[in-house]
Design a binder for this molecule. Sequence first.
Ligand code: NIG
Ligand code: FE
Length: 400
Amino acid sequence: MRTLVTDIAELVTNDADGPGLLGIVTDAALLIEDGRVRWAGPAAEAPVEAAGAAAAAERVSAGGGAVIPGFVDSHTHLVFAGDRSAEFAARMAGQPYTAGGIAATVAATRSASTADLEDNLVRLLRQAERSGTTTVEIKTGYGLSLDEELRALDIINRHTDESTLLAAHVVPPEYRDDPEGYVDLVVERIIPAAAGRARWVDAFCEVGAFTEAQAARVLTAGREHGMMPRLHANQLTASGALQLAARLGCASADHATFATEADLAALAAAGTVVTLLPGVEFSTRQPYPDARRYLAAGVILALATDCNPGSSFTSSMPFCIAVAVRDMHFTVEQAVWSATAGGAAALRRPDVGRLTAGARADFVILAAPSHRYLAYRPGVDLVRRVYRDGRLISAREDCP
Ligand code: NIG
Ligand code: FE
């Protein structure tokens, strides 16, 4: 099955050979075949072979809009129940964010039916898709027992390949006086049982959650059972967690709200992507990290939503791009790259986050002539159509 996308004012390919960071082609066309990009380039230069193939292709007009790769949201916590809007309102009235709020979601999640948890996850996934997300990583972490973490993984695995075991999110109430006992449970029982069912292992290394030594045990055990490590690091306090992530060869260190030059040097040397989460600083009134420092140190940056009911209840990557540009000092190009190719790097996924030959045909048609509008017109819905594997998954023909 072939689709030829025409009338593209600006095509963001993320081609590593350029031009520029985003590999932008103007007046472009895109040929899709069997769910993959077969050819991308200037419409006037479509090769004879592509033009011949195009003859038999379904034609889709981008209507003079920009086409960008689908967003790769490499950090979410979508398996949960309950409502923490009052906690958000209290924060906006001056209360600080602490890891303690997670316990409320754990209680609500444990008492929810699997059907209710899955309905909530699907609703959030659809929202994400409507705002242009085509690849989503989803973590467990509100179950915190053997059965509950496996239940969450089963739900996740029905909806994405990017499943993450975050059994080490916080110490559950029944282990309050014995955190090491809980780490033992994670390492000795939950991780072995999750082997083959989670692509990633993660831990929340923070005051009120897990120490560096505990996080290291969990990530090491996860790796021994075939899961690749990633880490929640330096969200609320400066610590050695970022350097731990580098030392353990994590694919990504996430949050990194606080980072020293030594942290950044270690991450750059290790090739560990740093995933910044603008929704968190927005929703917790924490200071925004300055992307310029991270980029100057040679760190690869991803942007993700961290969609969860506590610290960042947004599923919108365009929102995160706008905040990243305004408050984290990303350039618009860097923010769009980090929300697509950066997320793909954080998930070690060479097949997504780009629109060059061979990539998965995951793309978004914007109701705007340039990617710049994603930050230039904050809060305005500019996502007209979303395709995954070459198939239309969301359409809003009434987009202005
Ligand atoms: O990534 N940092 C830890 N976990 C989530 C927050 C979870 C919650 O508050 O429920 C995060 O921000
Ligand atoms: Fe998180």
